[in-house]
Design a protein around this ligand. Structure first.
Ligand code: ATP
Ligand code: MG
Length: 230
């Protein structure tokens, strides 16, 4: 039974191969304490996105186990998993509706006031007001009216509103302009405060803000420690 509240994460000797490919994770074992912020770094193709995908069951290990609050993920009911673990994907698309609706995303219980309060917490009020139609601005097909960085801001705001016990973020690799970059950094800091968070970091600032950094190389964790230690 998965206890309510902040959860730790465990990987036990996890191996992963994509159905049509070679093995991309090799014997990955790690413990992540409840409420700690972990950054995942490493070269392109080293397995960072694959590692975080296992946390949401977008993929399941070929062997080994992933545990959430000590419970194997495969034993956590999917409905409970969807509520407790929320991921901001690396290149997530948005729905072809307004920015505000994308933040609310299917949550009939969430009103405009809550959306605005979340944006204020995240330091995104000015950004939302700068959009041509504010929160009513169309995101366009797949969210392409916004930049990749702005799509991540929207996904992060959505994740923050969902108030998960584990927040997973896979930073966009595409170029992000400095203003969006700064907003993302600040919003991420607020969204992950006091929460268990695993963020794939392509930016130094994200690694610096983490309690611990995991360094991936060719599908293995080859180093871990604080940013200063590494
Ligand atoms: P990046 O920094 O570029 O985002 P990454 O560290 O996130 O890289 P992964 O996306 O986890 O790397 O990919 C690890 C390996 O798995 C790579 O060799 C990649 O080509 C391969 N891979 C990723 N997705 C798939 C897939 N859907 N099917 C087959 N192989 C895949
Ligand atoms: Mg990736």
């Amino acid at each position: 039974e998965l206890e309510p509240g902040p959860v730790g994460v465990g990987f036990e000797e996890v191996e992963y191969a994509y159905p049509d490919g070679g093995r991309v994770l090799h014997g990955v074992s790690v413990e992540i304490a409840p409420r700690s912020r972990v950054a995942v770094v490493g070269e392109t193709g080293s397995g960072k996105s694959t590692f975080v995908k296992l946390l949401t069951r977008l993929a399941d290990p070929s062997s080994g186990r992933v545990l959430l609050g000590g419970v194997p993920l495969t034993d956590v009911p999917l409905e409970s998993l969807r509520r407790r673990v929320v991921m901001v994907p690396q290149d997530g698309f948005l729905f072809n509706t307004t920015v505000g609706e994308n933040i609310r995303y299917g949550r009939a219980d969430v009103g405009d006031d809550e959306v605005r309060a979340a944006l204020a917490d995240l330091g995104l009020t000015g950004w939302a007001e700068s959009l041509p139609g504010g929160l009513e601005t169309p995101a366009g097909p797949r969210g392409e009216a916004l930049s990749a960085g702005e799509r991540q801001l929207v996904a992060l705001a959505r994740a923050y509103l969902a108030d998960p016990d584990l927040l997973v973020l896979d930073e966009a690799t595409s170029a992000v302009d400095p203003a969006t970059e700064q907003r993302l950094q600040r919003a991420l800091e607020t969204a992950t405060r006091g929460r268990t968070a695993v963020s794939v970091a392509h930016r130094l600032s994200t690694a610096e803000a983490a309690d611990r950094v995991l360094v991936f190389d060719a599908g293995r964790i080859v180093q871990q420690g604080t940013h200063e230690e590494l």
